[in-house]
Ligand binder design. Structure first.
Ligand code: ATP
Length: 331
């Protein structure tokens, strides 16, 4: 488990991470979400002892990174996929990492096989595509067979096949009981990958919950109903003070949507009590994008009009499936 308490990092006047407390538990993929500059990488660097907190604390199974006996056997990380000498082969790079951490040599071939790089293991890493480099970075993280894994933006720049591979791989690692923390600003991808979420904006915690709870809490649920007695049923639901709307998509029959976080059980029982025939009864969840916008809606309005005075949590608006990036300050 990773546990952060009041974690804070300042760079001069910039507060990169602001009194952040969270827990990352084993057996699940936890998504670490936030726009560019939110403080995700800084937090990961502090977990790994690469940056020192200005105040607060982060521990790995109760210990600071610096106090771990053989750190790579406890926690592995992919922070920067291009952090490999370009003239070294993947095998040589991993062999060097294994030797410098006193890890058994045979782990090199094991992890190359796990990430599907065995057939290109002797090629120069400098000639690798971004997808191959990400796989090599993941192999390095797995070298010590650690219980805890950190991946900073592992799917950035990957093609759809690479994205699906990484998603499936993360799920496998979590199913093996490992603690997996993955940062990303690709919300639609995180909705598929992460069971748990830690959402931050401007260094502060916005939410920590399961992905489902985050989406349901922020954007609510709707029940979709299709029925040959739709008008009659709509009237009945309105008598129960339920908010409904009817939609008629081109390719499907008319459907009724019941708002207000009602359950399919409630709607099904109302229909049964009146002998209404149902052809469909489905719970519809909002998207993670919609939830994120809802959670940060006030800030977005504020952002649009008074950007110069923003001092509190303020996550910029979203564009497509990504959290929009504000101008990043120089490091
Ligand atoms: N070494 C540094 N010196 C000064 N400022 C820094 C330094 N590292 C990070 N920052 C600033 O701290 C803030 C958080 O940056 P960080 O890279 O942790 O965010 P992030 O959420 O990982 O963003 P991205 O998605 O772009 O990787 C930003 O304002 C950034 O400019």
């Amino acid at each position: 488990m990773i546990e952060a308490k009041g974690l804070t990092k300042r760079y001069g006047a910039t507060v990169a991470v602001d009194n952040l407390s969270f827990e990352v538990k084993p057996g699940k993929v936890t998504g670490f979400l936030g726009p560019n500059g939110a403080g995700k990488s800084t937090t990961m660097r502090m977990i790994l002892g690469l940056d020192t907190p200005t105040s607060g604390d982060v521990r790995i199974d109760g210990q600071h990174y610096r106090d771990l006996h053989q750190p790579l056997t406890k926690i592995g990380a992919l922070l920067d996929a291009k952090w490999v000498h370009p003239n070294r082969s993947a095998r040589a790079h991993l062999a060097w990492m294994a030797a410098s951490n006193k890890l058994p040599k045979d782990r090199v071939d094991t992890v190359l096989d796990m990430v599907g790089l065995s057939s290109v293991a002797n090629k120069r890493a400098g000639a690798y595509s971004l997808g191959m480099s990400q796989r090599l970075g993941i192999a390095g993280a797995l070298l010590g067979d650690p219980e805890i894994l950190l991946f900073d933006e592992p799917v950035n720049g990957l093609d759809p096949e690479g994205i699906v591979w990484i998603r499936t791989f993360m799920h496998r690692l979590a199913d093996e009981g490992r603690t997996v923390l993955v940062s990303s600003h690709l919300l639609s991808e995180m909705a598929l990958t992460a069971e748990e979420l830690i959402v931050i904006g401007r260094g502060k915690l916005i939410a920590q919950s399961s992905t489902t709870e985050f989406v349901d809490r922020a954007s609510g649920t709707t029940v979709k109903v299709r029925s040959p007695q739709l008008d009659q049923f709509q009237g009945l639901l309105q008598q129960h003070n339920l908010v409904t709307r009817v939609e008629e998509p081109d390719d499907q029959s008319k459907a009724l949507f019941v708002e207000g976080n009602v359950t399919t059980d409630q709607i099904g029982e109302l229909a049964a009590a009146q002998g209404i025939v149902l052809h469909e009864l489905t719970l519809q969840r909002g998207s993670l994008e919609a939830a994120f916008m809802q959670m940060t809606g006030d800030s977005v309005e504020y952002h649009a009009h008074e950007i110069a005075e923003v001092t509190d949590v303020n996550v910029p608006a979203l564009s497509g499936t990504e959290v929009a990036a504000g101008p990043k300050e120089d490091n």
